[in-house]
Write a protein that binds this ligand. Sequence first.
Ligand code: ZN
Length: 480
Amino acid sequence: MKLTFWGAAQQVTGSMFLLETDDEYKVLIDCGYDMERARQNGNAAPMPQAFPGSVFPFEASMLNLVLLTHAHVDHSGNIPNLYREGYEGQVLCTTPTAELTHLLLLDSAQMHKRKLAAANAGGKKRKKRPAPLPSYANEWYVERQVEDAMDNFVGIAFNQRFKIKRGLEVTFVPAGHLLGAANILLHVKENGVEKTLCFSGDIGRFNYPLLVDPHPLPPVDYLVCETTYGARNHRPNVEIEAELEQIIHETCVEIPGRLIIPAFSIGRTQAMLYMLNRMAAQGKLPPIKIFSDSPLALQSTKTYVKNAKHLNQTARDFLAEHGSLFDFDNLVYVEDLKTSKAVANYHQPCVIISSSGMLEGGRIQHHIRTNLSNPYCTILMIGYASEGTLGRKLLDGNKSVVVGDKELAVMARIVYTDAFSGHGDQTDLLNFVGQHPAERLQKLFLVHGEVPAMETFRGLLAQRGYQQVELPARGQTFEL
Ligand SMILES: [Zn+2]
């Protein structure tokens, strides 16, 4: 069999790996959106095209199966395009992953629609032709195409060895990281010899709010491992709840002002609401309003509730005792845009959780616009923000930034914490690889990381006896 790296190769996003067995069965593992290409700051070689205008370097109609590790768009975002380009097979993933992917792909389709409308409107304004679309606009799909793709999703239970065909079996092993996320374990039998492969997806953390710990894996022959945090460690987990409590106290009680938390609608927002709920149950939350302001967050919170059996024991115990994971006094789910704008001007101390996490688009924009020059406001950044985003500019300490079409002075306090990161850190990644003895492992492929982080991580692995480590480039093929 052979394995080709078509995405997340010497960069973080766009996970996409093509496995072809000797009998020419073609399996695509993940099919993500390449954010680095979209922002034109990736280091990877350009993506070849199967035909002019194609999103993919291969004929989608020739694929036999797609396996999906988890819902995040850098792993799932291009799946509708497979169907648009003639793929007719299934997507296998866990049931919660299918549900969250549905929400995220619909959200992407709406974003594509807004971008297209903005390009056309720009053209009208100047009485010229519409503004030229970016080179990656061939990736933009509509809601109907998302529904076409979703018709072919098949939910598979965790930890069940599922037979795809003779000589090919898959198991979805819980990875933590996000509701439904899995490491994909493949058993491939060729010429009477069985080989095992593991695709890590994204590796979660231990003791993360709501999520199960990553499950142990059996030793494999080939490992494809993400390296987002290959070069650094998070601070210890135990500080998360205390840190949140302290920031709320400082901002909303001592000053008293408002706390704005930009958060991804799926994953981070639920972790945050659950922690606030726990604080409320312990009487540690001051009597202030908490606004959760994102329609997508509301929908995904319902998906978390529906799939509570997949959450960790502590969360399930909390649910049994208190009857709810995400509802408590003073929590307000903001649904319509009018209320959202009113919340931006709400004059009492409060906490506002809204998306997007990097402050690019979404309702968070008007909260930031209204409050950025307010010295009584704290903006708590809880996730990574990539180069060029408004979130990055705030983290870099800019004294003024442009929001929409206005330049605003940054008077609010900007605070950063990595406590909520859903990714395992360097130690977690080393432990993850450590499950696979070096003498058994034929090859270890590092993906889904920035090249310097991967180099650092490769150095650490070498010290532990792992010499067979590759940093595959886009389009590189390995015979396994
Ligand atoms: Zn992820």
